[in-house]
Design a protein around this ligand. Sequence first.
Ligand SMILES: C[S@@+](CC[C@H](N)C(=O)[O-])C[C@H]1O[C@@H](n2cnc3c(N)ncnc32)[C@H](O)[C@@H]1O
Length: 207
Amino acid sequence: MWARPPRGRSRTATSSSFLSDWLKAVLGTPGLTALRDAERAREMLLDDALRALPLLERFAGAVIDVGSGGGSPGIPLAAALPEREVTLLDAERRKCDFLSRWAPPNARVVWGRAEEQPAEGWSVAVAKALASPPVAAELCLPLVRVGGAAILWLGERADLTRLAAASELLGGGPPELHDGLVVLPKIASTSPGFPRRVGVAKKRPLA
Ligand SMILES: C[S@@+](CC[C@H](N)C(=O)[O-])C[C@H]1O[C@@H](n2cnc3c(N)ncnc32)[C@H](O)[C@@H]1O
């Protein structure tokens, strides 16, 4: 069972106890993560999320975590950047119920599909373990305005050639790889028609 978030000052998202309590709740809630070990969960869900901070600082404005699941990377990033608006998006209601209990004050939770969100409504879209690289690009880049970026946790071995082809079709520039995180800069508006209707990106990836 998830633990109730602490109330009041101790819930201040910048406090490390808030993030430790959130991690315990993720581990304690069936269906949110396959991880069982607390140390490993801290590395994978918290430390790995915070690696994106220097990249996020390059792009001012609102952030959306696409496929937030139990809240990584969106909750640690919202906690570390209390002045930024963060949207935690997930297609599963149960996960959104969990996210709503743990969202820091600068974060809001949206239950829905990436394909159905307003186009170019955020500066940065982040996504971790969402989908294969071209699919993640199609779900994220249309949400970002020109001058912003999608930041994807893909690992060092991601196929950047296929990703570059998808990015170009979506108004994105060439992928930049930073220690397993891939930045797709948004250099032009995404053509109408993208993202394609729900499920099509996965069924027929752009590259
Ligand atoms: C494997 S989980 C990853 C969760 C979290 N980002 C992490 O790294 O622990 C992928 C999540 O993406 C969500 N998802 C998949 N496709 C989506 C879509 N088109 N729109 C919104 N959420 C989606 C799923 O419901 C699921 O919670």
